[in-house]
Write a protein that binds this ligand. Structure first.
Ligand code: SAM
Length: 287
């Protein structure tokens, strides 16, 4: 079969099928075989692996994945792409679901595939406006997926992977780095997409941690403290937390000092482990 992910073939597929690219679904199709190969080479996929793909589009990445994996479970929201995909791949190893990924229970869909796999990897070139929602859904709900390889807006990739005391570090960085070991695997220029998006992209490789470095005693409180610590970035941690939990500032200052922080410290200074420590002391001494 001709490679689908080339400028010529992507244009041809779009024209032949009279397909109208839909902005509302964040459709920017990859047209560079070198980049497609590099992305699909990031995780180790064997012929025993299940790959979950979100948003196959016209199937440029799907084509490569089907050659590597045991099965590909792909979710595509756009019903107009389903006949194109079915026509491109008459392959029983492709399980195509025409639905919004945010409405699915992914683990149930995986369990419905009557097969065993050496591992389950998720790969996606995601619509930028729902990247965070999709990643958070997977991290919160899936016990079966062990690795994610996700193309996203470069700025969001920086947030996912940034370190304390940098401008991109915020509550999202902490939650992602608490749950995963993440790094930017490659930067991708906007010129390799049809249509060309406004922003550059990056592929983030995320391995889900089997064991946390430091375990929060109260996970819900940990998440709440992390979120509230960044409510107003320019405010100190004490001010943000005092306002959020309706607590006297002196009580919070005592805890910060006990942990070796200055009383004027801002949330962006604390590492993931330091937030876990903070939430554990809050859990023991206040709540
Ligand atoms: N993977 C293809 C590629 O790299 O050329 C297409 C990537 S395009 C950026 C995003 C794809 O996700 C589109 O095919 C779009 O229709 C699909 N999509 C958008 N929102 C979705 C959702 N909520 N659930 C499933 N698929 C979605």
């Amino acid at each position: 079969m001709n490679k689908i992910g080339t400028v010529v073939n992507t244009k041809k597929t779009i024209e032949e099928n009279k397909f109208h690219i839909k902005k509302k679904y964040g459709q920017n199709f990859l047209t560079d075989q070198f980049i497609l190969n590099k992305i699909t080479d990031i995780p180790q996929i064997t012929n025993e692996t299940l790959v979950v793909e979100i948003g196959p589009g016209i199937g440029s990445m799907t084509e490569i994945l089907l050659n590597k994996a045991k099965k590909v479970l792909a979710y595509e929201i756009d019903k107009d792409l389903i006949p194109i995909l079915n026509n491109n791949f008459k392959n029983q190893n492709l399980i195509l679901i025409n639905d919004d990924i945010l409405k699915r229970n992914i683990d149930e869909d995986i369990e419905a595939i009557d097969n065993s796999f050496d591992k389950i990897v998720l790969i996606a070139n995601l619509p930028y406006y729902i990247t965070t929602a999709i990643v958070m859904k997977i991290l919160e709900e899936s016990n079966l997926i062990s690795e994610l390889v996700i193309m996203m807006q470069y700025e969001v990739a920086m947030r996912f992977t940034s370190k304390p005391s940098t401008k991109d570090y915020n509550s999202l960085s902490i939650v992602i780095q608490f749950k995963t070991k993440s790094k930017i695997a490659m930067k991708v220029p906007k010129s390799v997409f049809i249509p060309i998006p406004n922003v550059d992209s990056a592929v983030v490789h995320m391995k889900i941690k089997e064991k946390y470095d430091l375990e929060p005693d109260n996970l819900e409180l940990f998440y709440k403290i992390v979120k509230k610590s960044f409510t107003q970035r320019r405010k100190t941690l004490v001010n943000n937390i005092a306002a959020a939990f309706n607590l006297p500032k002196s009580q919070i200052i005592d805890i910060l000092v006990e942990l070796g922080h200055s009383e004027t410290v801002r949330g962006e200074k604390l590492s993931v482990s330091e937030f876990v420590e903070l939430s554990n002391i809050f859990n023991r001494e206040i709540f």
